[in-house]
Design a protein around this ligand. Structure first.
Ligand SMILES: Cc1cc2nc3c(=O)[nH]c(=O)nc-3n(C[C@H](O)[C@H](O)[C@H](O)COP(=O)(O)OP(=O)(O)OC[C@H]3O[C@@H](n4cnc5c(N)ncnc54)[C@H](O)[C@@H]3O)c2cc1C
Ligand code: FES
Length: 276
């Protein structure tokens, strides 16, 4: 398996600022111009947030935004972080001027479509992370874009104005019904797919919990639409060395192989994944 972009770069990145979005979510902006210049939508970085041995290993994070100066030169990247454990807790509490080790960009990115095809992004929770960059890339290609975005409640739907400003149509769902439609995000996706003429091109991109990815893949298959999913396996190294991140996938003959999602993914063809 070859890297699809330039070789990854390992930098000590300074925290530019840290914006809390809720008690669990924040956006951390990092100074990392070389990584920013090379990153493509859907790629990730491996972050070591603490200085000591706990946590010992780096953790994977999608590149959320590529930060640029007023002239357009790449300055760094941001991370959309959800606090669930040791590293994400440190990232939640990081302060400007602190540094984190940052290796990237890593993995295979999304494949942006071109008009007249539309790009439909499906995000669950922190699965929103790769879609800020993808939405920007689709807008640059003048692709008509929709974001199906589901969260537990209205308080966990973030960056809505950011996507609106990019011209992205938003279809929102919440589990408690506090914003958008009550229920799972795949329900409005299926309705829209059913209403769409078969010859009107739509490519689906998804990131979120595995159950949501599997349901999205099933819906895309039922309506015969291409679908790329960004899988979130536990990753020990991010570079192919530890096999902690394998995903079962069918090859052209239908035989099942386990691929390392840090190299073959994290963006994979949904129809080739064995979901069960
Ligand atoms: C390619 C990729 C991109 C990612 N992008 C983002 C992102 O942009 N923002 C973000 O907040 N998170 C992202 N994640 C998930 C993030 O890497 C994990 O939340 C993080 O590794 C947890 O580290 P921790 O030290 O805080 O938690 P730990 O203390 O290591 O773990 C806490 C608990 O969470 C479980 N856990 C850890 N990692 C995962 C995982 N990947 N999936 C399910 N359960 C897990 C552990 O088993 C444990 O029960 C991404 C993961 C991958 C693979
Ligand atoms: S994370 Fe180590 S092989 Fe994929």
């Amino acid at each position: 398996m070859q890297y699809t972009a330039v070789m990854p770069i390992d930098v000590v990145a300074e925290v530019i600022d840290n914006h809390p979005l809720s008690t669990d979510y924040n956006v951390l902006r990092l100074s990392a111009p070389a990584i920013a210049a090379a990153a493509a939508p859907g790629q990730f970085v491996m972050i070591k947030a603490g200085a000591g041995f706990d946590p010992l290993l780096r953790r994977p994070f999608s590149v959320f935004e590529v930060l640029r100066d007023p002239g357009g030169a790449p300055l760094g990247i941001s991370l959309l972080n959800k606090r669930i454990g040791a590293s994400t807790g440190l990232i939640y509490g990081a302060r400007p001027g602190q540094t984190v080790a940052c290796l990237g960009p890593l993995g295979r990115p999304f494949t942006p479509v071109a008009p007249p095809d539309e790009g439909w992004m499906v995000a669950g929770g922190v699965g929103l992370a790769p879609f800020a960059a993808l939405a920007g890339a689709l807008r640059a290609r003048r692709v008509s874009t929709t974001l199906f975005y589901g969260a537990r409640s209205a308080a966990e739907l973030f960056y809505l104005d950011f996507f609106r400003d990019l011209g992205v149509e938003l279809v929102l769902t919440t589990e408690d019904g506090s914003a958008g439609e009550r229920g799972r995000v795949v329900a409005p996706l299926e309705r829209r797919l059913a209403a769409r003429a078969p010859d009107a091109g739509v490519t689906i991109y998804a990131c979120g919990p595995e159950g949501m990815l599997a349901a999205t893949a099933r819906a895309a298959a039922r309506f015969d639409r291409p679908c790329e999913v960004s899988v979130e396996r536990i990753m020990g190294c991010g570079m192919g060395g530890c096999y902690s991140c394998v995903v079962p996938m069918k090859d052209a003959t239908g035989a099942v192989h386990h691929v390392r999602s840090c190299l073959a993914g994290p963006v994979l063809q949904a129809h080739d994944i064995v979901w069960d």
